[in-house]
Structure formats: C-alpha cells, structure tokens
Design a protein around this ligand. Structure first.
Ligand code: PGA
Length: 257
C-alpha cells in the first residue's frame, strides 16, 4: 500500500500564490506516482486549483479543509460535503485549528464524518492532545490520554465498519503543530499502537482497515524516519506544503520508500 501525503495549505496562499504553487507543483509531483498525494487548498481557491490542475494522475487528489454536516440551508460561511462531493476526494475533519477557533466538538466531528461518508468523501479525522502526554519521566498524563482516545472513539461512533477502509486518522499532537518540535517517530508509533489496541476492544472488527497519518512539524528532514514506522501510513504536512521544493522532496522521499 502506498503512503499518503496530505498538503494542508491552511490559510497561507493568496489567490495568486495558490495559482503559482499549483503550476509549480503540477510539474514536480506528477512523476512521484508511488505515493498518494492530496492537496487541501483554502476553500476559496479549491475550484480554481482543481480546475487548473486537471489531474488525470490517479495518485493526486484534493481535500476540503473543512465541511459542514448539513447538505444545504441557512449556514452562512459553510460548505457541505454534498456541495463538494464531485470536487474533492477527502475532507479534513476535526483539525485542532477548527476545534480551537470554531469550537468543533467531538459530536460535530462525528456528524461531519457521517455526512462525508454519505456523499462518498473520505474523512481525514484529525485528533491530538493539547499538551505533552509524556513528561520528562515518560509518565502518561491520564486525563489528556483519555481525551485523545475520546476524540477518536466519538468520531467513529455509528460509522459502519465497512467504511473504516475509507477513513484516515491523522494523529497530530497539538504541541507539535507549527512548532518545529515534532513528536518522535517512536512516540507516534507507540501512540498509534495504543489507540488501535483500544479501538479493537470497542469495535472488535474493521480497525485494521483504518489508516493512520502523523502531522505536526513534518519536513523534508524527518519524513523518512516517520514513514519507516510500519503503522504510520502517511503524513499531514502544513507549513512545508506551500514550499514547492520542500513539498516535492517530501513526496519524492515518500514515493521512493
Ligand atoms: P505543520 O502543520 O506541518 O505546519 O506543523 C500540520 C497541520 O496542522 O496539519
């Protein structure tokens, strides 16, 4: 199975930045076909980016940075999975910046996951603890751990097991996002193992179909170390995804593993 690299452009590029980035990345990324590459532009530039990319390359697709769970109606400022169903393959859901700035609760994350699946958009469910769960002595902070697990468990509530294959979990410790202070690959691998063990107790079947990505200060220098871990299926890249050369390096390394 190929690794997945998601480039989350956040609210970084202006329209012209986005167009320049699109034409540069198009030439650079199309040859790295042994990795699945997903680009998540700001909502305003989603259609121009998708249109100008016109990718016929199966390994490149697009994601919404957020969706609203209702299909249509009086929801000023929002865009639904229903509206995006023919435009994107994936949607980020529950990113820590949405949880913090838009009060996205675990319940809302769950509704968004269900809505995305209904319209055949694959959810990328972001979860992450807000503080280090290990202190210097490697002792787990039990309440933070519990919250992390609840984010995951609630996101998957009432989701049919046969959909687990379509769901990506992006483990992004909040303290590692945009800080140049990534978690270590060993730590991430251990957390993913523990999460899957707990999930198996609750859901019994289907858990092996979920994919787990890591996100938080991923850059060209650490991508190989993360992807060497068997249970890390890919990476969610923020800051470096809008730097064309660096993002290409990340995708090239992921494609060559
Ligand atoms: P970062 O962001 O790579 O800039 O740390 C990752 C993310 O928030 O998805």
């Amino acid at each position: 199975m190929h690794k997945v690299i998601i480039g989350n452009w956040k609210m970084y590029p202006t329209y012209s930045d986005a167009m320049v980035l699109t034409s540069t990345l198009k030439t650079k990324l199309e040859k790295h076909h042994k990795v699945e590459i997903v680009i998540a532009p700001p909502t305003a530039w989603l259609i121009p980016v998708v249109d100008s990319w016109k990718s016929e390359h199966k390994h490149i697709s697009f994601a919404a940075q957020s969706i609203w769970p209702e299909d249509q109606g009086a929801y000023t400022g929002d865009v639904s999975a229903y509206m995006l169903k023919d435009i994107v393959k994936y949607a980020l859901i529950g990113h820590s910046e949405q949880r913090k700035n838009h009060h996205e609760t675990n319940e809302l994350v769950n509704r968004k996951v269900i809505s995305a699946l209904k319209w055949r958009i694959k959810p990328v469910v972001c979860i992450g603890e807000t503080k280090r769960v290990f202190n210097e002595h490697n002792v787990r902070d039990a309440s933070e751990w519990k919250k992390l697990f609840q984010q995951l468990e609630m996101a998957l509530t009432n989701v049919d097991r046969h959909h687990f294959d379509d769901i990506i979990i992006a483990y992004e410790p909040v303290w590692a996002i945009g800080t140049q202070n990534p978690a270590t690959p060993a730590y991430v691998s251990k957390v993913i193992n523990e999460l899957t063990t707990e999930l198996k107790e609750i859901f019994k079947t289907g858990v092996k179909d979920l994919k787990f990505l890591y996100g938080g200060s991923v850059g060209p220098e650490n991508v190989a170390a993360f992807l060497k871990e068997d249970n890390i299926d890919g990476l969610l890249v923020g800051g470096y995804s809008v730097k064309a050369n660096d993002f290409e390096t990340i995708c090239r390394l992921a494609s060559s593993l």
